[in-house]
Write a protein that binds this ligand. Structure first.
Ligand code: THU
Length: 163
């Protein structure tokens, strides 16, 4: 028996002015997408902006449904759109933010497990890391250099070939 440890590295910025101009612009695009979210049931609005290697920025936001499980998170709306429109173009950076009308989100958004799994598939497929910038309505910004850092022991396609 042995006990092992897994560590992840992340960076925190006190506020958005510490970001580079292109990354601040990406975050602002995520905010605009967040403003357009359709989230009448949760009132938790999320926006994601993806910078592709060709310079194109793709955005998405959460789309809810009266049949709750039929809704989709902002990250998956955005990355599936990118996958559909630019299947062979790598994603470099994803900025994700959120807000609500009924409460204040002062912590960086923490993407749900399903979105981490979905985004990891794209990172593995493109063979280059995707940087993730996370922010709430206000407050600090958390940055990870890779989706893999957000999802240790992720389920990978190679698992399907082991049977
Ligand atoms: N949501 C996202 O869009 N992204 C996340 O990472 C977490 C949750 C959405 C789903 C749902 O519309 C609402 O936020 C509340 O869970």
């Amino acid at each position: 028996m042995k006990k092992l440890e897994l560590k992840i590295a992340f960076t925190e910025f006190d506020n958005e002015n510490e970001l580079s101009t292109p990354e601040l612009e990406l975050l602002q695009k995520a905010r605009k997408a967040c403003d357009l979210a359709y989230a009448p049931y949760s009132d938790f609005h999320v926006g994601a902006a993806l910078l592709l290697e060709n310079g194109v920025i793709v955005t998405g936001n959460n789309q809810e449904n009266a049949a709750f499980p039929s809704g989709l998170c902002a990250e998956r709306v955005a990355i599936y759109y990118a996958g559909a429109q630019y299947p062979n173009t790598a994603v470099k950076t994803i900025a994700i933010t959120c807000k609500s009308k009924t409460f204040h989100v002062g912590e960086p958004l923490s993407p749900c497990g399903g979105c981490r799994q979905a985004m990891s598939e794209y990172e593995i497929r493109q063979k280059t890391n995707i940087r993730v910038i996370l922010m709430g309505e206000t407050g600090k910004i958390r940055v990870v250099e890779s989706i893999a850092d957000l999802l240790p022991f992720m389920f990978k396609a190679e698992e399907l070939k082991k049977a």
